[in-house]
Design a protein around this ligand. Structure first.
Ligand code: SF4
Length: 399
């Protein structure tokens, strides 16, 4: 019998990132409108962008889920019906919700499938059955559930199950943290989390007066690549990648690696450790904290704490641009995001397969005048190289 593989569900923090994730293989993406989501600092989609993103994804066989996972007060809820009708009109494939009032509103006004957000902290069969009785079609389980238990919930509650496989973690049960509210006045359950768990705190031993500074509430990042076969065997329907606030390079790399790994499994029926190693190397090229498998096998403990100062500039690779066009006549035309120099070695990330190395022996501007160093937001031209297509990401190893 053919195994049904889980979908790869990637974050779409903006319309551009949605396109990147879809082009790099995500089967589905999740995006937020201007309201009702939990990422007020993301470049949330306007109505026109949502419509365009939906059309773009559907034309390529991918789905779009829209997050409505804030906990709403009555005044917020009153604004929801128009948005729900709009989402149904543009063909949203699902909405992701946590608030029972939102579930009832969506159910009453539309036929859009309802996915229960991880914010609802669903951890057991009975809770999953409850959500199903409310009309939900999928549960995004709390990150505290192991793959093994998730498989049981899927079987016994007979409902689609989505699990996080990659990305930043909360030290608290998602949706049950108010540190940000109390320390920064920013409500984490209404999209304003200040990531207070990442701050450095001082611990004082009251007996000895000894003080110690530490990042004891900051979690490592989740990475479950090596457990892919367990997810498949447990019948998990969707593998979610966290990170709507993260970069284009992140959206592209994650979508590419996880979808490539699943395609490999479809073809070969197993994973070889060498291949896993190669995919892991790719995942490590994107800015991240140390990785942990968190609670995917056993409950996370002290080993999952990231007791270090964050250092985003330590990313192994940075994105330097996007290919706008590539042909023997035009050369490789790149929109630059981060400057690079003549002679630099760049890698262009194809939608499938290994990165293509291109040395910038000659850089020209659009008038074909040679330049020695590019500037962000400009458009430049490199000599033609076969196998490069528009919309592919260009990266460079950080020095
Ligand atoms: S402060 Fe940290 S633990 Fe709390 S909601 Fe924000 S990210 Fe999660």
């Amino acid at each position: 019998m053919k195994t049904t593989l889980p979908e790869v569900l990637a974050p779409a923090g903006s319309l551009e990132k949605l396109k990147v994730a879809v082009l790099y293989g995500a089967n589905a993406v999740y995006a937020g409108g201007q309201k009702f989501g939990l990422r007020t600092a993301a470049d949330n989609f306007t109505l026109d962008e949502l419509r365009e993103g939906m059309d773009f994804a559907h034309a390529r066989g991918s789905k779009v889920y829209v997050v409505l996972n804030s906990f709403l007060h009555d005044k917020d809820l009153a604004e929801l019906p128009d948005f729900v009708r709009f989402l149904e009109e543009i063909g949203a494939d699902a909405v992701i919700v946590s608030d029972l009032g939102v579930v009832r509103t969506v159910r009453a006004l539309s036929k859009i499938p309802v996915h229960v957000s991880t914010q609802a902290s669903t951890l057991n069969v009975e809770a999953a059955k409850f959500w199903k009785s409310m009309g939900a079609t999928r549960i995004v389980l709390g990150r505290e559930v192991s793959i093994k238990d998730a498989g049981i919930i899927r079987r016994e509650a007979d409902i689609e199950i989505e699990m996080f496989i990659h990305g930043s973690m909360c030290m608290a049960y998602s949706g049950n943290c108010v540190i940000s509210n109390f320390t920064q006045g920013r409500d984490s359950n209404r999209g304003g989390c200040a990531h207070s768990c990442r701050f450095e705190y001082t611990l004082e031993d009251l007996a000895t007066k000894e003080k110690k500074s530490a990042f004891f509430m900051s979690s490592k990042d989740l990475q479950g690549l090596r457990l892919l076969k367990d997810f498949i065997d447990a019948g998990i329907d969707s593998l979610k990648i966290e990170g709507r606030m993260k970069s284009h390079l992140y959206a592209g790399t994650m979508s590419k690696v996880y979808s490539e790994a699943l395609r490999y499994y479809e073809e070969h029926g197993d994973f070889l450790s060498d291949d896993l190693l190669n995919w892991e190397k790719e995942l490590s090229k994107v800015s991240h904290r140390s990785y942990t498998e968190a609670s995917l096998e056993n409950p996370a403990g002290a080993e999952s704490i990231f007791n270090e100062r964050e250092n985003n500039s330590a990313a192994e690779w940075k994105m330097v641009g996007t290919v706008l066009k590539s042909s023997p006549e035009s050369g490789i035309v790149i929109e630059v995001r981060n400057a690079f120099n003549q002679g630099d070695e760049l890698e262009i990330l194809p939608f499938r397969g290994s990165p293509v190395t291109v040395v910038a022996h000659e850089i020209m501007d659009l008038t074909r005048k040679t330049i020695l160093r590019t500037k962000p937001t400009t458009i430049v031209r490199l000599p033609y190289h076969a196998g490069i297509n528009s919309s592919q990401l260009v990266r460079q190893k950080s020095v």
